[in-house]
Design a protein around this ligand. Structure first.
Ligand code: NDP
Ligand code: F7E
Length: 312
């Protein structure tokens, strides 16, 4: 019971990773408040002050973000930049002013340069421009990392920064327009197999390489990191098992029972080319390894989509 009696706030606590994190924190003995945008809009500084003045928190996990799959990020680049920059900056400022014990920021593998050499090392984070379709999101998250380090240096404020790779699992969006690649294609191929179509078109070239981490493994790493890391230097969290999107999508199509052909729409963005990370720094802090195999995770996602989403 690592968090026994601790008062913990989770921004974005009603979102995909946030819900899983809140449940796990409660099991660790924490008193958890999941902050919803309807009760505290992080774009409004006064509302953040009210939330942090009404209760004192030992720890804040900051998951709230304006975020989605590559299609959403590309279509809403300026808003994504503005909203995330404002939320992240205001929250850190208010947390520091209100004596919060520790802030755990969640950043993304999208922060790495488009041309970074895989596996990504934390020391190369700022060595070039992020990929164009996710530029606004990546720069807002990069600013959060810089703010965190400066607030530690100037004020001794304790915030840490975790860089997540692609996380998947039950509870994330399956909407074809806004979802990430894995759930979008679970929905696409389960629907295609069900309706018996013989041709399906996926986004991009299928050539990019990605690494997927199940949400339960991500949450376990986030929780252990929160109690073990006392530095603002960013720390990668990923599975270290890369595969091409073509292979991923064929796995999903097979498991969904789809037997038709797969085409690729080259007009859709590919994003970063070869993307996965080392987790040596993480392992220097905690004893962790991912436990959920991708094939099992896909199987569970297909089951979840068929039985929990389609049956609604
Ligand atoms: N999922 C992934 O693969 C990855 C995620 N990340 C990061 O992890 C974090 C969580 O991601 P994920 O769970 O997938 O995202 P979700 O979109 O599911 O959750 C984000 C939450 O942010 C909240 N939010 C958005 N705008 C505001 C606002 N103005 N004020 C208050 N809350 C707001 C929403 O709360 P509400 O529902 O109450 O409106 C929403 O539930 C994000 O910071 C994301 O950048 C990083 C890398 C990979
Ligand atoms: C970690 C990081 O994860 C996300 O980053 P991303 O991996 O770049 O985005 P994505 O999951 O949307 O995958 C995009 C890749 O997949 C290909 N692709 C194929 N078919 C579909 C498809 O149907 N939908 C989508 N979205 N992509 C598809 C597409 O062409 C591209 O090559 C961020 O949004 C952000 O949430 C974040 O923080």
């Amino acid at each position: 019971m690592r968090f026994q009696g601790k008062r913990v706030l989770v921004t974005g606590g009603g979102g995909f990773i946030g819900k899983h994190l809140c449940a796990a924190l409660m099991q660790e003995g924490a008193e958890v408040k999941a902050l919803r945008s309807s009760e505290c809009d992080l774009l409004c500084y006064e509302q953040i002050e009210v939330s942090l003045q009404s209760e004192s928190f030992d720890l804040i996990f900051h998951l709230a973000a304006d975020v989605g799959g590559i299609g959403y990020m590309q279509a809403h680049g300026a808003e994504v930049f503005e909203n995330n920059l404002l939320m992240n900056t205001q929250l850190l400022h208010a947390a520091r002013r209100n004596g919060v014990g520790k802030l755990v920021n969640i950043a993304s593998i999208n922060c790495y340069p488009a041309e970074a050499e895989a596996p990504y090392l934390e020391s190369s984070l700022f060595d070039g421009q992020p990929a164009l379709p996710v530029l606004g999101y990546a720069y807002a998250k990069r600013a959060m990392l810089v703010h965190s380090e400066l607030a530690r240096q100037q004020f001794g404020f304790n915030s840490i920064n975790l860089i997540l790779d692609s996380v998947y699992g039950p509870g994330e969006s399956f909407s074809l327009d806004t979802a990430r690649v894995l759930p979008a294609n679970v929905a696409r191929f389960v629907d295609a197999a069900h309706s018996g179509v013989e041709e399906v078109t996926c986004w991009g070239t299928g050539e990019p390489v990605r690494d997927f981490l199940h949400v339960d493994d991500a949450v376990s790493a986030i929780i252990q990191s929160a109690s073990s890391i006392e530095s603002s230097a960013p720390v990668n969290i990923g599975s270290g098992n890369p595969l091409s999107l073509r292979k991923l999508i064929v796995k999903i199509a097979d498991q969904a029972g789809y037997r038709g052909s797969i085409n690729w729409d080259h007009n859709k963005p590919d994003g970063q080319a070869v993307r996965y990370m080392t987790v040596d720094r993480l392992k220097s802090y905690i004893d962790w390894r991912p436990r959920i195999d991708l094939d099992d995770g896909i199987k569970a996602m297909i089951h979840h989509y068929r039985h929990k989403v389609l049956s609604r």
